[in-house]
Design a protein around this ligand. Structure first.
Ligand SMILES: [Zn+2]
Length: 253
């Protein structure tokens, strides 16, 4: 029963995350006004604003103007709901669940905004670093020292990569947004997870990059945002990090 509630809670928060994705890059208030159609501007009635379901019932079209609604809306709601459910199944009705779900939800917003705009908003990552440091005081899985090391390693390592790249190629290869994002990930998950996140994020990022080059041709130049892959790596570390580290230590005994 509670697991179902955690799914519904995640779906509800998901529809708020959609609002953040749409309004944060425009510096609009995320509270007022209520949801409205991006095409015809008509405000959306509460019965047409039910997470996931409304999209299916309306078959992805606005009730007023009939123009299509982005698939992003139900997708974000579904991912948010699923993440909430998985985290609840892992941590139960604890503060850990709420904190990690808050972290997960921030990563969703960062990922979608980075995909659309190639930026990672400071208004999420900077307070996120502080929130992660504070959270380590109450989270049983991580000490404050580990969290602090995570911030330093996460921010420091990417800063080093970014400055080296800039020095070698005389152009910016990695944005400051990625640096702050990895510092935030380190704050919530600790320094070991930072290493896993870089490894896993780069692996998935290279695979996707190669895939795009194969499809679009070699000469194709497009800056693939790194934020989504870092986020993906962080979620992977959150769920499987401990298991992988234990397995790795076991192999090296
Ligand atoms: Zn409309």
């Amino acid at each position: 029963m509670l697991v179902v509630l955690s799914f519904l809670f995640g779906a509800l928060v998901g529809s708020f995350l959609n609002v953040c994705v749409y309004r944060l890059p425009k510096d609009e208030s995320i509270v007022f006004p209520g949801s409205h159609c991006p095409h015809c501007n008509k405000s959306i009635a509460f019965y047409d604003n039910i997470p996931i379901l409304s999209y299916l019932i309306l078959r992805g079209r606005c009730r007023n103007c009939g123009k299509s609604i982005s698939l992003q809306y139900p997708l974000v709601e579904a991912v948010s709901a699923l993440g909430s459910l998985l985290l609840f199944s892992t941590f139960g009705p604890t503060l850990s669940y709420l904190i990690y779900y808050f972290f997960f939800a921030s990563l969703i917003v960062i990922t979608v905004i980075d995909l659309y705009h190639q930026i990672i908003p400071d208004v999420i990552s900077l307070p996120g670093i502080g929130a992660g440091l504070l959270a380590s005081l109450v989270l049983p899985k991580i000490t404050f020292f580990n969290s602090l090391m995570g911030v330093l390693l996460g921010g420091g390592s990417l800063f080093l990569v970014a400055t080296t790249y800039q020095w070698l190629f005389k152009r910016e290869g990695m944005g400051g947004g990625d640096i702050k994002l990895l510092a935030m990930i380190g704050a919530f998950l600790g320094w070991k997870a930072v290493i896993l996140t870089i490894l896993f994020g780069s692996l998935i990022g290279s695979l996707v990059g190669i895939g795009i080059m194969v499809v679009k041709g070699k000469g194709f130049k497009y800056a693939i945002p790194f934020g989504p892959f870092l986020s993906f790596g962080a979620v992977f570390s959150l769920f499987y990090g401990e298991r992988i580290i234990r397995w790795y230590l076991f192999l090296n005994r």
